[in-house]
Write a protein of this length. Structure first.
Lengths: 121, 107
């Protein structure tokens, strides 16, 4: 059974740090790029970060560049998001998602259920 | 960066209605357009990729069309399970961009 399970969400003060994890099962994790996508309460989807299948390439949204770091451990089927210098506007449900490329088109084909991060004093 | 817009932002429909949602890109993106469905409190699910290819398991009442800058998601006869929010998405360069979403609710 394919599963992507996020964890690590919490309430944190502005300026604080948090590390999210996404553990997968039922997929050949090492073959796929992975993403983090977030959704602020009552708002739309915002892509956050991407890591290539081997960890060799990463991309970030401008809103988190320099503050967030995505990484992966293929031996544990796990992708992490280290979040530093957190701001109230980072409050959101954070989803991990699998990257898929078909006919040159890149999209997210599998999603986890999400973990909630709340940045508040 | 490419900007994605959607219209309308929300609509009300009755079961059996035909529903059309549009997505527009700020520049030519070819067929690099994906559609997702999201229900409240749930993760998004993939509906259509490459503008018109239906994801396995998605009902055939969903169709996608368009290329370049203008795209359409059509639900031929809306069913109760279809009331949700729909997002388009593009990848260009190193950035992934979602449209703002279209909420489809029951009339």
């Amino acid at each position: 059974q394919v599963q992507l399970v996020e964890s690590g969400g919490d309430v944190v003060q502005p300026g604080g740090s948090l590390r999210l994890a996404c553990v997968t099962s039922g997929i050949t994790f090492r073959n796929f790029g992975m993403h983090w996508v977030r959704q602020a309460p009552g708002k739309g989807l915002e892509w956050v970060a991407y890591v290539q299948y081997d960890g060799g390439i990463t991309f970030y949204a401008d809103s988190v560049k320099g503050r967030f770091t995505i990484s992966r451990d293929n031996s544990q089927n796990r992708v992490d998001l280290q979040m530093n210098s957190l701001r109230p506007e980072d409050t959101a449900v954070y989803f991990c998602a699998r990257d898929l490329v078909v006919q040159g088109v890149r999209f997210f084909d599998l999603w986890g259920r999400g973990t909630l991060v709340a940045v508040s004093s | 960066d490419i900007q994605m817009t959607q219209a309308p932002s929300s609509l009300s429909a009755s079961v059996g209605d035909r529903v059309t949602i549009t997505c527009r890109a700020s520049q030519n993106i070819g067929n690099h357009l994906t559609w997702y469905q999201q229900k409240p409190g749930k993760a998004p699910t993939l509906l259509i990729y490459a503008a018109s290819i239906l994801q396995s398991g998605v009902p055939s009442r969903f169709t996608g069309s368009g290329s370049g800058t203008d795209f359409t998601l059509t639900i031929s006869t809306v069913q109760p399970d279809d009331f949700a929010t729909y997002y388009c998405q593009n990848f260009f360069g190193s950035q992934f961009t979602f449209g703002p979403g279209t909420k489809v609710d029951i009339k």
